[in-house]
Design a protein around this ligand. Structure first.
Ligand SMILES: NC(=O)c1ccc[n+]([C@@H]2O[C@H](COP(=O)([O-])OP(=O)(O)OC[C@H]3O[C@@H](n4cnc5c(N)ncnc54)[C@H](OP(=O)(O)O)[C@@H]3O)[C@@H](O)[C@H]2O)c1
Length: 165
């Protein structure tokens, strides 16, 4: 199965100049807890934005350049989404970690979404697609910790696809 994980602003913005806009260490910790020991699927630009291979996770990088190669056994380059079929249909949870293009591409195949919803608008150049609430149930909402290191009002909202087979 595919699960999306994202942090988005109230106006759906998720990034600017190929970077995250906010810094919420608590959310990054949660990202690490949820995705560790799973496969993470991302676009080439998000991989460049991370700037490194994240420990304890297999990385699948979507890229149209079939010649692209990263010499690391933890990384697989995929140039065609049909090659993700086994990840979509597996029992295991595989995480789609962005960015905007890849969320749009893979949202139709996702069964679950872990969305950190920041209660503030931001200026940016990439956004998360509109969620069609006819397709999703919200199954959990939890307030995020707000303090001097995490200075935003935000909550963790879990969406599960309706009629999930
Ligand atoms: N807030 C969050 O939770 C969050 C999470 C992740 C990312 N972000 C932000 O999102 C932004 C990046 O998003 P983005 O939309 O610009 O880029 P992206 O989705 O990370 O990557 C786009 C790239 O993926 C490849 N690609 C796209 N469709 C493909 C397909 N059908 N087959 C094969 N490869 C395909 C292409 O690579 P090639 O050009 O190499 O062909 C394309 O340029 C950054 O600002 C980042 O910080 C935010």
């Amino acid at each position: 199965m595919l699960s999306i994980i994202v942090a988005k602003a109230k106006n759906n913005i998720i990034g600017k100049d190929n970077q995250l806009i906010w810094h919420i260490p608590e959310d990054l910790k949660r990202f690490k807890t949820l995705t560790s020991n799973h496969t993470i699927i991302m676009g080439r630009k998000t991989f460049e934005s991370l700037g490194r291979i994240l420990p304890n996770r297999k990385h699948i990088i979507l890229c149209n350049d079939a010649e692209m190669h990263i010499d690391d056994e933890r990384v697989e380059i995929v140039d065609d989404i049909s090659k993700l079929n086994s990840y979509i249909h597996s029992e295991e949870e595989n995480f789609v970690i962005g960015g905007a293009t890849i969320y749009r591409l893979l949202m139709p195949y996702a069964s679950k979404m872990y969305i950190t919803e920041i209660n503030q608008e931001f200026e940016g150049d990439v956004s998360f697609p509109t969620i069609n609430m006819e397709e999703w149930n919200i199954t959990d909402v939890e307030d995020g910790l707000k303090d001097e290191k995490n200075p935003y009002d935000y909550k963790y909202v879990t969406y599960v696809r309706k009629n999930n087979k």
